[in-house]
Design a protein. Sequence first.
Length: 629
Amino acid sequence: MNKIIRNVINYTCKNTEQLGIMVEKEICNITRTKFNTKRKYTNIPEEISDDINKTLGGDFKRMKMKHAGHLNKEYDFLKQKGKTVSIKTIMNGNKICPQTIGQCSLRSLNNKMSLNIDNKRNFKNFFLENKVEMIENYLKALFCCDTMVVFQFKNGIVYIIEKTDDVIEFRNLFNKKLDDIFMTSKDINSWKESNTIYYVSKNKKKDIKESLGEIQIHNNRDCIKFRFNVNVLIDMINRGDINNLKVKVYNLKNKYNFKIDSMKRSELCFRSFNYIGSKMKLLDFIESKINEYIGKKMDEIESFADIFSGTGVVAYHSLKRGCKRILTNDIQNYAYIVSSVWTTKNIDVDKVARLLQEINGENDKLNLDDISATEKDFIYNNYTDISQEKRMYLTRLNGYKVDKIRQKLDDLLKNDIINKDEFNLMLKILLYAVTSVSNIASVYGSYLKKFKPCSLKALKLDVTLIDSMIKDNSNSIEHNGYNMNVTDLLNTIDLSEYEVAYIDPPYVANRGYHDNYHLLETISRYDYPKIKGKTGLRDEITTKSKFCSKRDALGEFKMILGKIRSKYIFISYSSESVVSKDKMIEILKENWTDVRCYEKNYQRFKSNKNSNESQSKNVVEYLFCGKLK
């Protein structure tokens, strides 16, 4: 019999989750059932759709399923009589995670497995001493549904695994103790993060050791991951080494090689909050035009100064692309904090992760009855509904937690437990935590009259954000961060030392960043400011930008364009800005040569999802370029 030759088709995909969503959508198309999801999705490529339909369409139709992806349960589809179906998609490799406990925090694992283990090392000891029981628990979680469909795209194979009984267990092979059948690659002393689980079976009277799975306990974040090798599982089921499961195997017409999109946003930056003027969606445009204008790629640019850095996405992008020397600056303190630490230089990552987890543990124990606020608890007293003005920016408990965390960070720094960079990183993670539970439409100019669902969630410091930082153990990267008015910066720092100066000033004459993000500014400074009005704005004008003023903007541009002496200059601006395109080109030509303006249509920022049509129209984004005369 001739071996079937199958084509290998290449695709780019954002991540495995996106592929899983597309497969679930295609199954709904095949079965003509409603696709229920709260997640963003795109249609699966036509070749894969046709392949799945012709290979598995009949089986899926016979299952008579309804999609349940929106329920956030351990199953993805429901069949008749309450039978459940789980869909697994493997982009590359052969590993699959059990439902609910396959990837979770230690606290969550304790709850779901009814354990009481207080730290990662104790969990490792427990796992090694109880590996049979733990592996069986993971196995039962993997096969918690009546049917599991596993797409192994790289090999062009689909497995449909069905339970024949509710009890899933390992067969006691050749009268050996189960402890002797499962082995690990690491003992407690050598186990750092990853530990391979081996299954020992007999083949021609010889013991054969197969890699059944892998358990990973991340040092830098609170995550314990267990993944089974699906190929070994299938062999064990077919041999009867795992009881009460049966497998059907289907060959797709093609094999599919998926590559992760190298420009995916999770790699470009920390998770971004809704920020006026953010360049997150314009990074490709900015990078391509800088490369085109200079004739260099980003890793060939020696130095990059971002003097209105905001949340720092452009500066961070330049680092990720290989530029080794950057400068960031912003007059807003919260923006300075967010953009001040992008690398692990001067930071003890393990220590910071441990401290964040300890703070989370302390906060998890708090409830409303534990609140004993004093006048020092500025956020609780002024930005929750306990305040005289009933300001509903945060729930009472979350507001109180912010105060306790902020005070804790000051104490850690004061007592030299953390250094300034570690302090900035921890404060940065607090600011991101606040944005995820704030009761606002988009910015902090006002709060909502009713708490929206996400604002009712418990404030949590996301330790995984540390993983977004660039590893720099060799001090190869130089990053200088400043919190200054741009005029003071240019009087202090000689930008002739930087090859590129990038400018992204405020665009329009309306309420500025100092008001739109006043709560983040107060949390970052924690300076107990005088506040005013119903919304509790900071009673100050020292950080208000002249670039937002129709009267002052042109003069400010002339001043800074005369002071900047970098080799190249790039200015992000907009067709709705205070200074016109023609005027900007005119004043650039006073100190710069080869002046150009690249343009891109872009949808403007909407501060309110219910905004009118004029607010949501497209504008033209400009990128002005020049070389120093």
